[in-house]
Write a protein that binds this ligand. Sequence first.
Ligand SMILES: [Zn+2]
Length: 96
Amino acid sequence: MNGKATRFIIICIAVICLGLLAMRLSRMRQASLQDKVAAQQAAPAEMFYVGSKYDKIYHNPSCRLAAEINTGELVTFTSARQAISKGYRPCEKCRP
Ligand SMILES: [Zn+2]
């Protein structure tokens, strides 16, 4: 094996490793909503709504937009009334 071939193989391995690492990171970033809620509450309520600190909109936990809320800005409510009393409005997509 000459030096060029060895270098090519090393580069291939590095690219594959980086690819796997990127896949792993993106999967970690897509932690499920349930995980995010569980991380925030010791005992998640059976029925709850979720919202973002920033946009002041609350969602059903199954909402696609709810899944996009980052862990750091996620807030949970045990009822729609609680969400509204804190100044949140219902999402127009999932109509909680
Ligand atoms: Zn929604």
